[in-house]
Design a protein. Structure first.
Length: 258
């Protein structure tokens, strides 16, 4: 429910649309948008993740105005989602350029660290999710996503750091790692750590007694940990299947060694 509420809070603020490689799109349903609310002539119900991913041999997209925001993104990258969420929360119009991270364009490798997200603004290249989000929060202070209290900001950073570890534990459970075999025992240990992290997040929300970490509305911490909780949906999806595998494994071991 928490993840859904964060997403709903973002979409409800989004009205001006997103420029996707030359065409404007809007994430909100057509029925919820009045023509007077949107400065574009045509609103298209379209997912921003579905635009083409530029790859090796492609031409670098032109940027006619350095004051406009341009985002290097990738459809399935949870770290890039952080920057997208902040941009949507601040109702910013930006050009989204998806990058094929398996076949990275030469021009992308020459001008970046080879990762997404990347923001291009005023002739500068700004990398990494946390850096880009901090930059946007200072550049566009409404709504302010970081708390003004330095102590609370530090505590929120600690929550972000801890929950970001979820990705480290989740990935080897469900994904194949080239050149490495992840044993059942290791997966079980990681599975347990995922549960502990989700419990600690629930405890944090209960301690704050608020809908979001930021109170009634999401703050920067909510958007930064959304990627981890989004990935944990895989955990929920495979829970029953994985539990059966573990049960079968340990049952066979009892009969073998018992």
């Amino acid at each position: 429910w928490y993840q859904r509420r964060v997403r709903e809070a973002v979409v409800s603020t989004q009205s001006t649309g997103i420029l996707l490689q030359g065409q404007m799109y809007c994430l909100r349903p057509l029925s919820s948008i009045h023509k007077s609310q949107c400065p574009i002539q045509k609103v298209v119900r379209y997912s921003m993740w579905e635009s083409a991913h530029l790859e090796m041999g492609s031409t670098k997209p032109a940027k006619d105005d350095d004051n406009k925001l341009q985002l290097y993104n990738m459809r399935f990258c949870p770290f890039a989602e952080r920057t997208v969420l902040v941009m949507l929360a601040k109702n910013l119009t930006f050009e989204n350029i998806n990058i094929n991270l398996k076949k990275k364009p030469d021009w992308f490798l020459e001008t970046t660290l080879g990762k997404v997200p990347v923001i291009l603004h005023k002739g500068k290249v700004i990398p990494e999710s946390l850096i880009t989000c901090d930059y946007l929060d200072e550049l566009y202070p409404e709504p302010k996503l970081h708390p003004s209290d330095p102590l609370q900001k530090a505590l929120d950073r600690a929550v972000i750091e801890k929950q970001s570890q979820l990705m480290t534990y989740l990935y080897p459970i469900f994904a194949k790692i080239p050149g490495r075999v992840v044993t059942i025992e290791e997966k079980l240990e990681r599975f347990s750590k995922v549960v502990d992290h989700l419990k600690s997040f629930e405890e944090e929300l209960n301690t704050r007694a608020t809908t979001f970490l930021g109170g009634d509305q999401p703050c920067m911490a909510d958007y930064m940990i959304w990627l981890s909780l989004s990935a944990s949906r895989v955990f929920q999806f495979y829970w029953e299947k994985w539990a059966n595998i573990l049960y079968s494994h340990h049952t066979s071991r009892m009969f073998t060694h018992g």
